[in-house]
Design a protein around this ligand. Structure first.
Ligand code: ADP
Ligand code: MG
Length: 341
């Protein structure tokens, strides 16, 4: 049984960044307005995610770390968004608990006291009272301490931290209404305000120079304006419902594509079609091997996007890829033109 647990855990939990991803997802699902992530040694020694969400009532702590435990409606919401998410519903805390020392501490808002439960290498402890603020704190220490083979696959601390940073940044930018912070070995990496403004989130994450070099992208399909609302031609569902976000001036670039972030229906994804469309929009304006900053949200009909590669991977495919490419390229081109770029 232990072996089965460990194999399952290996599927879901590859490295600290995958743990962080699951924990942030849980915090956002819990309606948090603040999510504070702090990690030690790139997350290999410790990961802590604290939120101010709905919390877990004492009587449900045990269920939360059990196999197939989920308090969520299941995949309905994800189907609705058209982008699959966790792949293993109700498995995250259980699988993390199998390969680490896990503590879940929570106090639902309004509850008199908090409670916690600890899991060590799959051994579930007793629920105990705990002093804690409202919301939930999940701590994951010594990831893979009992699966040395898996631990060996971890990279240098700096590399693991880079991946954690990429994940947290991705969620911070996708959720400008949530105050997201990241700390590494006690030092703050960034903290967004959670005021709902994307540019302010970019400022917090990438700094002033980048934030000031960003221009607004706002694209809607033709015929979606109110004037043609009664027009039967616009009744058909357009393949792209909207493109919005921020892209940088062509001189504000980096030497990797890492800062070209794309989201489909609110989910962070990697899609070469989207990246290429953005780059095409800049035409010859980018220096060789330079990439712009972008935070782009693309909305498509949920049924038109396929994430059926691997639940852990972020690559997506579009049914209407040429239309999506064209929309993204037009959207970015227009934004640059509007700013005389
Ligand atoms: P899933 O998210 O797929 O339901 P998880 O293993 O990630 O599965 O979490 C199990 C359950 O624990 C969730 O359904 C939820 O009820 C509870 N839970 C986990 N994290 C939090 C959190 N940060 N705030 C509130 N509830 C949480
Ligand atoms: Mg979850």
């Amino acid at each position: 049984e232990r072996t089965v647990q460990r194999i399952a855990a290996g599927e879901v939990v590859e490295r600290p960044a995958s743990v962080v991803k699951e924990l942030i997802e849980n915090s956002l699902d819990a309606g948090a307005t603040r999510v504070a992530v702090s990690v030690e040694a790139g997350g290999t020694e410790g990961i802590r995610v604290r939120d101010d969400g709905v919390g877990i009532p004492e009587g449900q702590l045990e269920a939360a770390v059990a196999e197939h435990a989920t308090s969520k409606i299941g995949d309905i919401e994800d189907l609705d968004r058209g982008v699959g998410t966790l792949g293993f519903r109700g498995e995250a805390l259980y699988t993390v608990g199998a390969v680490s020392r896990l503590t879940v501490r929570s106090r639902p808002p309004g509850a008199d006291a908090g409670a916690e439960i600890a899991v060590e290498g799959g051994q579930v402890g007793e629920v105990r009272p705990a002093g804690c603020p409202e919301g939930t704190t999940v701590e994951v220490d010594d990831l893979f301490y009992n699966t040395p083979a898996r631990k060996k696959f971890l990279k240098r601390t700096a590399t693991e931290f880079d991946r954690v940073n990429t994940v947290v940044t991705g969620y911070a930018l996708a959720n400008p209404g949530v105050a997201v912070s990241l700390e590494h070995d006690g030092r703050e990496t960034f903290a967004t305000e959670g005021n709902g403004d994307l540019r302010s989130a970019v400022l917090a994450v990438y700094g002033r120079e980048v934030a000031e070099a960003m221009v607004d992208v706002e694209w809607e399909p033709k015929g979606s304006d109110p004037d043609s609302a009664g027009d039967p031609a616009s009744a058909a569902s357009p393949p792209v419902r909207g493109v919005s976000g921020l892209v940088s001036h062509p001189e504000t670039t980096r030497s990797t594509r890492e800062y070209l972030a794309t989201y489909v229906n609110g989910r962070y994804v990697t899609a070469s079609a989207l990246r290429e469309a953005v780059l095409d929009a800049y035409g010859g304006q980018l220096a060789p091997d330079r990439y712009p900053f972008a935070v782009l949200f693309v909305e498509v009909p949920p049924g038109d996007v396929d994430v059926n590669v691997h639940p852990r991977k972020l690559e997506v495919r579009f049914d209407e890829e040429p239309a999506v490419r064209e929309a993204v390229e037009d959207a970015v081109e227009e934004a640059l033109l509007d700013h005389g770029l």
